[in-house]
Design a protein. Structure first.
Length: 300
């Protein structure tokens, strides 16, 4: 069984793996890498085994699939997207971009069991059909802050390349469990077997009756999954409220005494240059996290 598609201006992505991921969304990501590595992907009838092979408009990409194993490499069926009303704070909007302050506890995209309205569905409703929203980057469900949605595939492609290529500056605010000694520092490690880097600086320390907590400003230099949460946990200073990588007993104290009901992580600012224009967007710390800081100060 073969699947074939020609590269044109509407579906173009320069890297082979990205092109397949975007144009064959039914295939699992791991399966895509495996197909390329094993020589089951051809470009202009030539077998290509490099994920980062660069495509040109006019190329023909062909994937050779084993019909007996097709079900093993398919993604599970996702619920269909539909416009659904929701409230969100708009930071900025023009003909290309919509930038919002993502509220906490709201998923960006629906999952198999997602019942609540998601960001992408809310933006579809907001657009009233005037544009098709495309996610430029993602934030975890419990993370609040700056989120950029492109109004066209072309814009999404351009800005995604900037973000993935480290040509943007992303700043987060996080509350850590424990007392950092150095006012500034850098964390370097492997996350999902890939190199991960971030810089941090201390904003404020809270020496409370229930322990010491440190508010930090983080510049994310790479974009690995759960990178900030993983790296600070490995360093011995997990994100406050993070039950996955952190200390559940301390988190219970934080919930009871400081009203922290999610992990304390906020996408504070992002900036980049696109089409000759410098963009910089910032989102104030969400109200629930401001309340936590106020309670920490009272107890210090």
């Amino acid at each position: 069984m073969e699947k074939e598609i020609q590269v044109d201006e509407k579906n173009y992505y320069s890297r082979l793996d990205t092109f397949i991921r975007k144009n064959f969304p039914e295939l699992k990501l791991g399966a895509i890498y495996s197909l390329i590595r094993k020589g089951f992907v051809k470009v202009n009838e030539k077998r290509i085994k490099k994920n980062n092979y660069l495509l040109n408009i006019g190329d023909t990409v062909k994937i050779i699939l084993n019909e007996e194993k097709i079900e093993d490499i398919k993604r599970p069926l996702m619920p269909s997207l539909k416009p659904r009303a929701m409230k969100f704070d708009i930071i900025y909007e023009d003909k290309d971009l919509l930038v919002i302050n993502k509220p906490p506890k709201v998923s960006v995209h629906p999952g198999n069991k997602e019942e609540k309205v998601t960001i992408i569905e809310g933006v579809m409703y907001y657009s009233q059909g005037d544009f098709e929203p495309h996610l430029v980057h993602r934030l975890d469900k419990l993370t609040s802050g700056v989120m950029i949605i492109a109004k066209s595939k072309q814009t999404a492609r351009g800005i995604s390349y900037l973000i993935q290529g480290r040509e943007s500056k992303k700043i987060y605010l996080a509350l850590l469990v424990g007392e950092l000694k150095n006012n500034k520092g850098k964390l370097t490690s492997l996350v999902d077997e890939k190199e991960a880097y971030l810089k941090y600086e201390i904003v404020e320390k809270f020496k409370t009756n229930h322990g010491v907590f440190t508010l930090v400003r983080i510049e994310l230099l790479t974009g690995r999954k759960h990178q900030i949460r993983v790296q600070f946990s490995e360093a011995g200073f997990p994100i406050a409220g993070d039950d996955t990588y952190g200390n559940r007993e301390i988190n219970k104290i934080l919930r009871k005494n400081f009203n922290l009901k999610r992990f304390f992580l906020h996408a504070y600012k992002i900036s980049f240059d696109y089409n000759g224009i410098h963009y910089e967007f910032a989102a104030p710390l969400s109200q629930d996290l401001q309340t936590v800081l106020a309670k920490l100060k009272e107890d210090s």
